[in-house]
Ligand binder design. Structure first.
Ligand SMILES: *Cc1c(COP(=O)(O)O)cnc(C)c1O
Length: 407
């Protein structure tokens, strides 16, 4: 078996919090007993609090791609015209599902180091009043770039369209809530910034989207893609469509406890500080960030361009073998052009950005480049020396709470 790297700084899967792993070993609960219904209802309640929803969220058993596909299958009907916003690999990929169900899919694309401009969304909607659904990826992880989700949500709502958002790698790392952003189907994962394991899709569905799904004769029923079936499970914790993935649900339960106890603002601050330190350190090393502007760089992943003449696998393996640091490769259009440092869940710890920068300095020298590791480390440390923008530091307890085991 592969030994786990000492520093797992990937963009997913991430190392789960120890409390999550402990919870996953809890004994089975029989789903035909009310004890299970009570437990499941409490997990749904915690997720509802984390998502700040007025209605019940859904938990689908399958990693986030299941939730994304189920959203398309349930909401998009044969007469729909879909506007798919593309700023990266995941956004582009959504068209595959949209085309399966819609009458037409219109693409609005920007270069993959850029973000969607709401003004262009407004123009696209004005040009095609028949657009009924908008699909968008909030944080396109292979690029490390953020789209202005709330602005897009409000434009969609004003147009009378429904918005499906992939918030898989953003939720839990920054201030985003489905209802505030006017998103009709908001899909996230337990396995990215919440620091649990891959296996569950977490969905928020608006009231108006439920009405539409229930009126859509093509929406799947008695299927893994059926949001209607998973809704029954969320409501009652019974009529469970399949045997519950107990270990995953227990892990999610513990991850939500950690998130709610540490406090979302503190969790976001950890992600933001870690990413800011990584960006400062990389720039001081002479590396170039992939996002065209730092304003659109995500707090949960820092993506940088490979220096001329250094292959991605070579740099990744040098980082791993010499320094014990695992980074992610690019994906799709960014494959072979970038490496990515994940700051998700337990990896969103500012000192880990310093570790990544130090290792990169070492690895670049190893590969014959003149990189000043000390300059990089100092630039990253300078971010850590600044006071945090929230109360996490003055209180002093955020770190302790983040890694505490509630059991
Ligand atoms: C990780 C991720 C997904 C989900 O992919 P899985 O293969 O199901 O883990 C979807 N969208 C984005 C933006 C992601 O980062």
């Amino acid at each position: 078996m592969l030994a786990p790297p000492p520093f797992m700084l990937t963009t997913g899967p991430v190392t789960a919090y120890p409390a999550v792993l402990n919870a996953m070993a809890r004994p089975a609960v029989y789903d035909g007993h009310h004890a299970f219904q009570h437990f499941y209802r409490s997990v749904v309640g915690k997720l509802q609090a984390a998502l700040r929803l007025s209605s019940l969220p859904l938990i689908l058993q399958g990693d986030a791609l299941l939730g994304l596909e189920a959203a398309a299958a349930s909401l998009i009907g044969r007469k729909d015209v879909v506007l798919n916003l593309v700023s990266g690999v995941y956004g582009k990929g959504y068209a595959g599902w949209a085309r399966r169900y819609a009458s037409e899919v219109i693409e609005l694309a920007v270069p993959f180091d850029e973000a969607i401009d709401p003004e262009r969304v407004r123009e696209a909607l004005a040009a095609r009043p028949d657009i009924s659904i908008i699909t968008v990826c909030h944080h396109d992880t292979p690029s490390g770039t953020l789209n202005p989700l709330a602005e897009i949500g409000r434009l969609g709502r004003a147009h009378g369209a429904y918005v499906i958002a992939d918030a898989v790698s953003s939720f839990g790392s920054l201030d985003v809530y489905p209802e505030e952003a006017a998103i009709d189907i908001f899909v996230t994962s337990a396995a990215k910034c919440l620091g649990a394991t891959p296996g569950l899709s977490l969905l928020a569905v608006s009231e108006r989207a439920w009405e539409r799904i229930k009126a859509n004769p093509d929406a799947p029923r008695a299927s893994f893609l059926s949001l209607l079936d998973w809704e029954l499970a969320a409501e009652a914790g019974r009529a469970f469509p399949v045997t519950p993935s107990l270990a995953e649900i227990h892990g999610l339960d513990a991850a939500l406890d950690l998130y709610l106890r540490e406090g979302p603002e503190r969790v976001w601050a950890r992600h933001a500080r870690t990413a800011a330190a990584a960006r400062a350190g990389l720039k001081a090393l002479g590396l170039q960030l992939w996002p065209a502007r730092e304003a659109i760089a995500a707090p949960s992943a820092t993506v940088f361009r490979l220096p001329e003449g250094i292959a991605d696998i070579r740099l990744r393996d040098t980082l791993l073998e010499r320094y014990g640091v695992m980074l992610s490769l690019g994906r799709g259009e960014t494959a072979g052009k970038v490496l990515r440092i994940g700051h998700m869940g337990p990896a969103a710890e500012p000192m880990l950005a310093v570790t990544a920068v130090a290792a990169l300095g070492g690895a670049l020298n190893q590969l014959g480049r003149q990189a000043d590791a000390g300059t990089g480390v100092n630039a990253a440390l300078a971010i850590l020396s600044q006071a945090s923008s929230n109360h996490a530091d003055s209180n002093g307890s955020s770190r302790e709470v983040a890694h505490a085991d509630p059991a």
